[in-house]
Design a protein around this ligand. Structure first.
Ligand code: ASC
Length: 229
């Protein structure tokens, strides 16, 4: 019971950090920037941070811990795998749309593509996330894959997933910093910078909580505790 209460506390803290991050990124683009549109302009670019925070950070974080939710333990393992894979697929689709928004904006304004370290690491993350999804479906959702392969691949699947999630947050922080430096005169200490710094802090807190929840072996779904210990 005590363990359950600690789990719920960590989960609520993660949910608050994640949902407030989404509100912050929306306020950033709608209040401080040019809003959202699909017009080749800066309002189209703004879909990039919004879809990354909602999809690649919040939905990916949710997908990672979905097996840990005690109220899902009566659901079949297969149902949970579909939810895990579905959330990751949705996160990937939103990430790809968010990249299209950036390339569209750059091309319309004749800004070169793929020049920053943020863009290099971000593209590598999207490609590896795709690979992780394809391998995950192949290993764990195709019924004929031998159990010995599934077990052998599991440490890499778990490590790869956590590495990608942490990397995506780091790459988002680089992107946020890049955008602020492009757009702001830091010498005047603008309120937008303070506001967006808080968004960066929230993303780190969300990431830290998800990684904590995902690495507590005592919070594992009971059937997985039997399989993996
Ligand atoms: C699966 C599944 C697991 C793992 C395990 C191998 O498909 O449901 O819990 O693979 O069998 O680690």
């Amino acid at each position: 019971m005590e363990a359950f209460r600690r789990f719920v506390a960590a989960l609520c803290a993660a949910a608050v950090a994640g949902l407030v991050s989404i509100i912050f990124v929306l306020v950033w683009v709608l209040h401080y920037r040019d809003g959202l549109a699909w017009d080749g302009g800066s309002a189209e670019f703004n879909w990039h941070p919004v879809l990354i925070v909602i999809g690649f950070i919040f939905l990916q974080g949710t997908a990672i811990i979905v097996y840990r939710l005690p109220w899902t333990w009566q659901c079949s393992k297969l149902t949970m795998k579909f939810i895990h894979a579905g959330l990751n697929l949705l996160a990937l689709i939103l990430a790809v749309i968010s990249l299209v928004a950036v390339f569209d904006f750059h091309n319309a304004a004749s800004i070169p593509n793929m020049y920053s370290l943020h863009s290099w690491l971000g593209l590598v993350a999207v490609i590896l996330y795709c690979l992780q999804l394809v391998l995950g479906v192949g290993m764990y959702l195709i019924p004929i894959t031998p159990v010995s392969w599934r077990a052998a691949f599991m440490p890499l699947h778990v490590y790869g997933g956590l590495l990608l999630f942490a990397s995506v947050i780091a790459v988002a922080l680089m992107g946020i910093t890049e955008k602020l430096i492009f757009g702001l005169k830091y010498s005047s200490s603008p309120p937008e910078a303070i506001f967006v710094n808080v968004l960066g802090l929230l993303l780190v807190v969300f990431g830290a909580l998800i990684l904590w929840i995902a690495t507590r072996t005592s919070w594992k779904r009971p059937s997985d505790q039997i399989l993996h210990t």
